[in-house]
Design a protein. Structure first.
Length: 365
């Protein structure tokens, strides 16, 4: 910490911190504990624990002071690695409320533990500022050996001191290895499949945070020479079932409504199915529905959901394999840019409007 350039709101803080750092230097040979660190920092043990866990209950300045002292002694690293003897992988997810991200985080944890590592999970809430803070926290203070960063919203500015693997997200960065799903191939297959089954009026239900899926849907419609209707595309600020319910209501109340709808998430598709049930409509007789992500519940609905699968297990395996290779030898492996394919899984939620007794499955592979 450079005390000359650091701004202090209270002059006494600088004096106290100087004394603390001097005292720390004199006692460097001693075995550091959380209790001793708390005493050196002039705070309680619980405050030290909150600094280590990135709690928002303490100020940024207090956290920086504690972590600076911890870094000087290496006591954070000693406390965790000495206690667990494992490589620590920080996983940053945008959310864990929905089944997709919750299952994804659980799969990552299983893969990391299989390698003898330990996972620490943080939730960014789709906040670019929060993501940057978390990456700086884990990467700059030695709180983890590697970071897996899921579906980020930012252009990474921080130069991490540890390996970082980014899974998806709005922006690629040269500061991290990058793994993504080619969701475009799955959306192309979904639109082709609907077209092959006689659908021409196709709607879309999405949410504003995933504008890329909306764009890919529009591109797939143009590739198949299908007309895009602005009234058939509804984007919500949320991605949960209620958003799908409300969006489907908006589409089905139109005089000239779509015969099929593609939802950006299975949970939105489930909300759409719930609306049709309450409105007395039949799936797929009155309207066909396709989701994305293939969550476990999708196969067990009253009408099993046709969906685009993004191979989360393969994605987890690839990310964990890469982060452990980088942690073992960060400078040996060049930056990786990996893309995995998505595909359509056909179930029972799409009707055939061509007159054939069975839906066409030509594009399901």
């Amino acid at each position: 910490m450079n005390l000359k350039t650091k701004n202090f709101r209270n002059p006494l803080q600088k004096k106290a911190l100087c004394a603390t750092m001097k005292q720390t230097k004199m006692r460097r040979g001693e075995k550091m504990t959380l209790q001793k660190l708390a005493k050196l920092a002039g705070v309680s043990v619980s405050t030290v624990s909150k600094a280590f866990s990135d709690s928002r209950e303490i100020s940024v300045e207090t956290k920086e002071q504690i972590l600076s002292l911890a870094k000087r002694h290496g006591c954070f690293e000693k406390y965790y690695k000495g206690k667990f003897g494992k490589q620590l992988v920080a996983v940053i997810c945008p959310e864990i409320r929905g089944e997709f991200y919750a299952d994804f985080a659980a799969d990552l944890n299983d893969k990391i533990e299989e390698r003898g590592g330990m996972m620490m999970l943080s939730v960014s809430g789709f906040s670019a500022e929060r993501e940057e803070d978390l990456i700086r926290y884990y990467g700059s203070f030695g709180h983890a050996d590697g970071i897996i960063f899921v579906s980020g919203s930012l252009r990474l500015k921080t130069e991490p001191n540890i390996p970082v693997v980014q899974i998806g997200g709005k922006y690629k960065t040269e500061k991290a290895d990058y793994i993504d799903i080619d969701i475009a191939s799955g959306i192309d297959q979904a639109v082709e499949y609907l077209k092959a089954n006689g659908h021409r009026k196709i709607g879309y239900i999405g949410e504003t945070l995933t504008a890329s899926k909306h764009r890919l849907f529009c591109e797939a419609m143009r590739k198949n020479a299908l007309r895009l209707e602005e009234a058939y595309m509804v984007n919500s600020k949320m991605r949960f079932q209620m958003a799908g319910f409300d969006a489907m209501k908006q589409l089905m109340e139109q005089k000239d409504r779509p015969t099929a709808v593609i939802a950006a998430y299975d949970y939105m598709a489930m909300g759409a199915l719930r609306y049709t049930q309450e409105a007395g409509l039949s799936i797929p007789k009155d309207v066909s529905v396709i989701g994305m992500n293939n969550v476990s519940a999708a196969a067990y609905l009253d009408v099993p959901l046709t969906t685009i699968v993004s191979h989360p297990e393969e994605l987890c395996e690839t990310a964990v394999d890469l982060i452990f290779k980088k942690m073992d030898n960060q400078f040996y492996f060049a930056r990786q840019d990996i893309t995995l394919k998505s595909r359509l899984i056909v179930r029972d939620s799409v009707a055939n409007l061509t007159g054939s007794s069975e839906p066409s499955r030509f594009c399901c592979f």
